[in-house]
Design a protein around this ligand. Structure first.
Ligand code: HEC
Ligand code: HEC
Length: 402
């Protein structure tokens, strides 16, 4: 028995239902506890950890009709706390229906890039997208500012935090729906450059408040964490929090099934992008994934290197230096965190799997070929037995916050 197991103490080891190798043990310990209570500092958003911004951000996140007059959605319409901060349906449904499954916003604050293809490099840059997407909230940046201006409580908080709203909001400039996109682009072009700047500046502050709130939405300790803690502290009661079946699943996860290759660290995600080789699905065009995301994040007016960022240095935006776009990243999507994964069925970017059983079955058989790019060579058919499949699922279910 080598260093790691000795550090845990013999009593703990004897309580385990599985016989772990030293590598497996070390890998298991690296998954817990969940990261420190707050995500690391985000210099591009100087309001990231401001309590008033968090309070305002929470109200904005849950505000129906946030995106302006005539809109009805809130962020929470699709990211519902009672549904694991997702929506429980296969394809997100806003003003229209797309072909993507809504990911949870829980733990997104730990990601260097957000969205399935990572086309936003911060939570605040991300929040601009759903507001102006015709199939999501279908509003505009000016619409958001009007909502705040017309809501006594929101306006009070906003002004306390950020100062005055742009002046012309009180006069009618007849451009409620003005967004630099295909739909409302002409109206946006009709606005003077100085006013565009004022609108964008106020809009970005609003987005930063939403991001500040999202940073507080993170996983708590799970039965798996209690178990690991029990091993560390020689506490048998805690060790028993993970059933023998889930312990065997954990061993598969860090061992033979090699899930930990991509789902590692306290979030059970490497934060990177991979093509796991899902077959074409229905008549939906396969997504290009990471190469698309990289192109978009580079051009994004709200990326951390652009003028609306509170720190445009490379030091604050180091992740932008390490973006890999080549033939191997075609079809690659972000590895989701597996914390609280039991709460957010259906699974994968297109919600094609209704259950965790179906997901592990996929990894076991790796059927067919991807619709785009190639499956990463590190993935191998596992051909797991029915018992093993159930064990892996039991482990995934032990990762839910208590
Ligand atoms: C109509 C449903 C819908 C609404 C409304 C909505 N979202 Fe989303 N959200 C999605 C979908 C779908 C994605 C994935 C899109 C993609 O990756 O291209 C997503 C992705 C995200 C992500 C990225 C998660 C990650 O870790 O990659 C965050 C954060 C997020 N949304 C926050 C918000 C905020 C903030 C609002 C409100 C301003 C909002 N969403 C409104 C459906 C919605
Ligand atoms: C090569 C990297 C890689 C390996 C190895 C890997 N995964 Fe994944 N996993 C991903 C990526 C990327 C996705 C998202 C793919 C998509 O949505 O199209 C994903 C998605 C998932 C999901 C769905 C999560 C959600 O919220 O939709 C689960 C569950 C999951 N993986 C579990 C596992 C298990 C269990 C194993 C081991 C048998 C494993 N993964 C091995 C990269 C990997």
């Amino acid at each position: 028995m080598a260093i790691v197991s000795l550090a845990l103490g013999l009593v703990s080891m004897m309580q385990l239902s599985v016989d772990l190798t030293d590598d497996e043990l070390r890998a298991m310990l690296s998954l817990s506890p969940p990261e420190s209570p707050t995500p690391r500092a985000k210099p591009t958003n100087k309001f990231a950890d401001n309590p008033k911004a968090i309070e305002l951000g929470e109200k904005l996140f849950f505000r129906e009709g946030l995106a302006g007059e005539g809109t009805t959605q809130s962020c929470a319409s699709c990211h519902n706390p009672d549904l694991g901060w997702a929506d429980g349906i296969q394809f997100a449904k806003g003003d229209g229906v797309g072909t993507l499954n809504t990911p949870t916003v829980r733990n997104s604050a730990f990601s260097n890039f957000v969205f399935w293809d990572g086309r936003a490099d911060s939570l605040w840059a991300q929040a601009a997208h759903p507001i102006e997407s015709p199939i999501e909230m279908h509003g505009s940046r000016l619409g958001v500012l009007h909502t705040i201006n017309d809501d006594v409580e929101l306006k009070k908080l906003w002004v306390e935090l950020f100062g005055e709203l742009p002046k012309y909001l009180t006069s009618d400039i007849g451009a409620l729906h003005a967004a630099p996109n295909e739909e409302f682009g002409e109206i946006w072009q009709g606005i003077k450059a100085s006013e565009q700047l004022a609108i964008n500046t106020a809009f970005v502050k609003t987005l930063k408040a939403i991001a500040a709130f999202e940073r507080t939405v993170i996983s708590k300790h799970s039965n798996f964490d209690l178990f690991v803690n029990g091993l560390r502290k020689n506490d048998i009661e805690l060790i028993e929090k993970l059933s023998p079946q889930a312990q065997r699943g954990m061993q598969l996860f860090v061992g033979k099934a090699n899930c930990i290759n991509c789902h590692f660290g306290p979030l059970l995600s490497d934060g990177q992008f991979h093509n796991i080789g899902l077959e074409p699905y229905q008549d939906i065009l396969p997504v290009v994934g990471r190469p698309d995301g990289i192109e978009k994040v580079r051009l994004d007016l709200f990326n951390g290197r652009n003028r609306f960022s509170d720190d445009t240095s490379w030091k604050a935006n180091g992740q932008m230096l390490y973006m890999i776009s080549n033939e191997h990243t075609v079809g690659a999507l972000k590895t989701p965190s597996l914390r609280d994964v039991a709460l957010t069925a259906p699974y994968m970017h297109d919600g094609r799997f209704a259950t965790l059983e179906a997901v592990v079955q996929f990894y076991s058989l790796l059927p067919g070929f991807p619709g785009i790019g190639h499956r990463e060579e590190t993935l191998n058919r596992l051909l797991l037995s029915d018992d093993e499949l159930a064990e892996l699922v039991a482990f995934l279910k032990s990762l839910s916050s208590l």
